[in-house]
Write a protein that binds this ligand. Structure first.
Ligand SMILES: *[C@@H]1O[C@H](CO)[C@@H](O)[C@H](O)[C@H]1NC(C)=O
Ligand SMILES: *[C@@H]1O[C@H](CO)[C@@H](O)[C@H](O)[C@H]1NC(C)=O
Length: 303
């Protein structure tokens, strides 16, 4: 008879930590948003800054175990809620609830402007990868280094339908389901019972718009038209970059980095993260923190 399954001690410990959150939450206004964010050292204007960007459907608390590791190395960590998430809110009811790639990236640079932060390391996964890819591509003078899961997720929306290779349909079906009214109402119903991070009234609009706009199934906000057009040309990322592919994330199977090499013109190191799903900062916080330190060192060596 097989021995009864016993959760490893580390999993039980993880369960005990599950309610750790990043507090206090602060707020700052950009031209379009009131951004809710955690700041590990708001008064330390001399510390190097890293901006850590969460994915979907997650919250800033994804970074709860990464923050102390990088704080201990002297970093100031700024962890914002993406538009539509947590208590980040739109200032005007008339702003389109767009989650297009241009908007997610510009929000990062707008946040830096609002906080008078000149330069930072940008790090993210999933939607956060899209945000940091875009911010690094369009604002290389503001970015000292980029850490991104799945390398580069900037997409040319004009060809996005045409380029979906058929084997990927098996794992990327949800991208297409999210275009439908059925997915919209299912997500809305699920959220009625979910945690406050997802209770913001625009969450469902933002969540579905991200996937719709990536396939040009929904138009973008005209305010981002120029940036959006630049991104469809797939701008190269010039800043020092560390890219991470988790080996347990079926939507984006791990690669050795060669297939995305053409997106990078600066120094770049690529790693496969063993035994890890897409939420790298939560599942492998040490690996994620080390990638931030590695990209900082990469930047110093190439300056
Ligand atoms: C942000 O803008 C709103 C609306 O103009 C205002 O009520 C609020 O006080 C501002 N918040 C901050 C932190 O400046
Ligand atoms: C990386 O993977 C590709 C196939 O995806 C392969 O052709 C290439 O030889 C690999 N490169 C290295 C350095 O392993």
């Amino acid at each position: 008879m097989p021995a009864p399954y016993r959760a490893p001690a580390t999993l039980l410990w993880r369960g005990a930590l599950a309610f750790h959150t990043l507090t206090p939450i602060r707020f700052v206004n950009t031209s379009t948003l009131s951004i809710a964010y955690y700041d590990s050292a708001p008064r330390d204007s001399a510390a190097p800054v890293a901006i850590l960007v969460h994915g979907f459907p997650y919250s800033i608390d994804t970074y709860v175990d990464v923050v102390p590791k990088l704080s201990a190395k002297g970093y100031r960590l700024i962890v914002p809620y993406l538009r539509g998430h947590g208590t980040t809110s739109f200032l005007s009811p008339s702003t389109p609830r767009s989650a297009e790639q241009a908007a997610l990236g510009k929000d990062i640079v707008d946040l830096m402007d609002a906080l008078s932060t000149d330069k930072a390391i940008f790090a993210g996964f999933d939607w956060g990868s899209v945000a940091v890819n875009v911010a690094a591509a369009l604002g290389p003078d503001r970015c000292t280094g980029m850490v991104a899961a799945n390398s580069c997720l900037i997409q040319n929306r004009q060809t996005a339908w045409a380029t979906a290779p058929s084997p990927s349909l098996a794992t990327r079906w949800f991208l297409y389901v999210l275009l439908t009214p059925q997915a919209y109402s299912a997500l809305a119903m699920e959220l009625d019972a979910a945690v406050p991070a997802f209770r913001y009234p625009d969450y469902v609009d933002i969540a579905t718009n991200f996937y719709k706009n990536r396939l040009l199934y929904a138009p973008g906000d005209p305010a981002y038209a120029e940036l959006a057009g630049d991104l469809d040309l797939l701008p190269v990322i010039r800043v020092p970059s560390v890219t991470l592919d988790p080996d347990q994330a079926p939507v984006f199977p791990a690669t050795n980095g060669s297939s995305t090499a053409q997106h990078f013109s600066g120094p770049r190191v690529h790693h496969i993260v063993q035994g890890c799903g897409e939420n790298i900062p939560l599942q492998s916080p040490q690996v994620f923190a080390e990638a931030v330190l590695e990209v900082a060192a990469l930047g110093r060596r190439h300056n």
